[in-house]
Design a protein around this ligand. Structure first.
Ligand code: PEP
Ligand code: MN
Length: 372
């Protein structure tokens, strides 16, 4: 059960103390406090865990400071959608809204290689009206002998250039808690010219200790990729780890499942799960067509499989697209064969727009035919 308190309830007030005393006296029920500092107000939610069946909604509603009560019947306590649950399905970060109702494109380099390539990428994004990108500094690689990413050495120029080209959010994978400190420090040293969305990759979806550490900070939102060999339920529980530690600004990423059944695609495209994740949780959903498809193969209609997969995700209501581009793919140090070209950026964006408009028309149609 979740008790949503009146906005700006003060932790030192007498009413709050009375409420906590009352809850402390309940047998077999533990209380977990979640505090969210917004721009205008502080929101406090109390999570009652344990034997909450005995509690009546009406009784809890009458307790001091309580604005609303939600009974959590299913899993995914914090990020899930529950009955009569009107908690928001969006958040804002560095001036960008991420919600189940928006669409943000994160085109960029799978792996940062040179400052020149970063600059060419970011300039193209700015010229095409984009304010988000992906930039990999820490690369989890199958082979220990493969390029592992430039790590902290590239952060100063990545962040400076992001600021120079008006990029507000950079999606960047981290694989270890020390990377979080390095990103924080580099942002500080460069005067916070941009924001960073921390990405947890598919190989770390169930790295619970990393999830807890990333969940304990609230300054950066998180893009959690679905694990490539586990169930959707297991991956959604991984997202819940982030939220249960305090960070609920989580975007859930679909990136294909590892199985030979997807051949010749790199992974089996799983974008039919976009509406499933939106139904089960309040997280915005990202699709990654590059790591799903893994090549620049095109169909006889002349459209790349990556663009077809993107359209499938967007048509199903995806809220974010993470996609690999590179100025000169043969020189890319990671995933060159699946990179789109800078000259394809305006084409890609227009193609996405077509799918987005079709999605919005589909929503309007569903509304028109809804049983009243
Ligand atoms: C990536 O986005 O660069 C990446 C490694 O993705 P994934 O974790 O989905 O393989
Ligand atoms: Mn990659």
């Amino acid at each position: 059960m979740i008790l949503i308190l009146n906005p700006n309830t003060r932790l030192h007030s007498q009413e709050y103390q009375q409420l906590m005393d009352h809850l402390a006296a309940l047998q077999g029920v533990q209380v977990r406090v979640h505090k969210e500092q917004g721009v205008e107000q502080t929101l406090i939610e109390l999570y009652l865990i344990g034997d909450t069946k005995q509690l009546e909604i009406a009784d809890m509603q009458n307790l001091p400071c309580v604005e609303r009560v939600v009974r959590v019947s299913q899993e995914y306590r914090i990020l899930g959608r529950h009955k009569d649950d009107t908690r928001p399905a969006h958040f804002n970060y560095n001036g960008v809204r991420f919600g189940q109702d928006t669409l943000n494109i994160f085109a960029g380099l799978c792996a940062v290689d040179t400052p020149e390539h970063v600059e060419r990428m970011l300039r193209a994004l700015r010229d095409n009206g984009q304010v988000c990108t992906r930039m990999g500094a820490y690369k989890p690689r199958t082979s220990p002998y493969a390029f592992q990413g430039h790590g902290k050495n590239c952060l100063p120029y990545v962040f400076d250039l992001a600021g120079k080209y008006g990029i507000k959010v950079v999606a960047m994978e981290i694989t270890h808690e020390s990377h979080l400190d390095e990103i924080r420090e580099a942002l500080l040293m460069s005067g916070n010219p941009t924001g960073v969305m921390l990405q947890i990759g598919t190989r770390n979806t169930q790295n619970f200790e990393l999830l807890k550490i990333v969940g304990r900070q609230q300054e950066h939102p998180v893009l959690l990729k679905r694990g490539f060999g586990i169930t959707l339920d297991e991956s959604l529980n991984a997202a819940e780890y982030l939220a249960s530690e305090g960070n609920r600004n989580v975007v859930f990423g679909l990136r294909g499942m590892k199985t030979n059944m997807g051949d010749p695609h790199r992974n089996l495209v799983d974008f039919a799960h976009v509406p499933v994740v939106k139904r089960l949780t309040r997280m915005p959903v990202c699709v990654d067509p590059s790591h799903s498809v893994g090549s620049r193969a095109a169909s006889p209609d002349g459209i790349l499989d990556i663009m077809h997969a993107t359209a499938q995700g967007v048509l199903a209501g995806a809220n974010m697209v993470l996609v690999d581009f590179h100025p000169t793919p043969p020189q890319a140090l990671v995933d060159g064969p699946q990179a789109l070209l800078l000259k394809e950026l305006p084409y890609f964006l227009e193609d996405v727009q077509i799918a987005r408009e079709a999605y919005l028309r589909r929503c309007a149609l569903a509304e028109k035919f809804k049983e009243k």
